[in-house]
Design a protein around this ligand. Sequence first.
Ligand code: PLP
Length: 440
Amino acid sequence: MTNKTLPGPNTKSMIERDHKVISPSYPRGYPFAMDHGKGTEVWDVDGNRFLDFMGGIAVVATGHSHPQVVKAIQDQAEKFIHISSDFYHENWIRLGEKLSEIAPFKEDALSFMTNSGTEAVEAAIKLARYHTKRSNFIGFTGAFHGRTMGAVTFTASKAKYHSGFYPLMNGVTHAPFPNPYRPVLERRKGEDYGQAVVRYIEEEIIAQILPAKEVAGVLVETIQGEGGYIVPPEGFYPALRKFCDKHGILLILDEVQSGMGRTGKWWAIEHFGVEPDIITSAKGIASGMPLGACIARKSVMDWEIGAHGNTYGGNPISCAASLATIELIEKQYLKNAKEVGEYAMDALQEIQARHPSIGDVRGKGLMIGVEFVKDHETKEPAKKLTDRVVDLAFERGLLTLSCGQSVIRIAPPLSISKSEVDEGLSMFEDALTQAEKEMK
Ligand code: PLP
């Protein structure tokens, strides 16, 4: 709990300096200026303690500054910080071996390392075009894949991500993401909503707009993140896989947010029993060191020398942090994400029963979305209430982050304990009670 007025004086003065020199494009939610963190706890520059339920947007998988990750970074920094990706080093190769081991394909995997999620998506787009010799793609409404020119073309969670940046990449057609809480298409008898969306792609997009033989890939976030933490229905991925196989189209899964153990399995797609052709990873992969990866089946990553590359790919410090992160996830946090995730989900469903403004609670593992509505029948998004809950939670000492139109995402470090969940959710419910009173 904080006991001071926020923002404190040190935070205020930092924000003033920031505004003079840092790009105004960064979306800043509330005035939090970090001093240090340990596990799920963080402190601001005025000495206030907070619980972190967003984990740096689902990044600090092992918690803030896990000693094993810090040690791996220090050890590597003392040996060497950089050697261009034109050469070889041990941790890069070990990371490739590890990713091949955990990749959700039976086939061996090859990895292209990047510095961020958006670059991993760019690599996937380029690889899909290169491998299939086709140009077009299918993406989804509500998607977030990053902000570089290719990735941002697929991004469709907010129109402002495109505003002022046209022309975007050629060749992307969007289908509705199968959001079971807010369906926009009719279902036929015997179909779940995921299967209905794939039928729409086949009957409306492929048959009428975009010939299948021109389509290189379907790019989709396995569980939609920024768009509202949306878990598609069971039937979606099996039907999508069938559709891709029928037309020789690559299934590309963006697991930048949902991967690396966040859902209680290495990859969210493992909940659906389907193998993709390419996956992208970043965020949790190195506990906060900049690293991403485009991981593909060996038979798909067939580009020639020089077709794609970068200066910092396989950065030694990021790779060292990633290996330490993966070891921790494997040994402890995969299990913790599942167990504590179920615990948090149960607790949130109990809170939902007490608060009519919560329309839906959904997710897998520690990727949980709480959607606020004005009315259960109309499902009109309660945007103001959502923003107010985020602010009031902050005032009480809880860091959260919204997504979609009126969703708060619960994406803490995978190391979070049940008692921290209790502490955080008590602040969350208190904030919600207050916000509900104010909105009456
Ligand atoms: N893909 C998904 C699913 C994401 O959530 C994000 C970032 O939020 C990205 C891609 C882009 O990652 P980055 O911000 O590291 O470029």
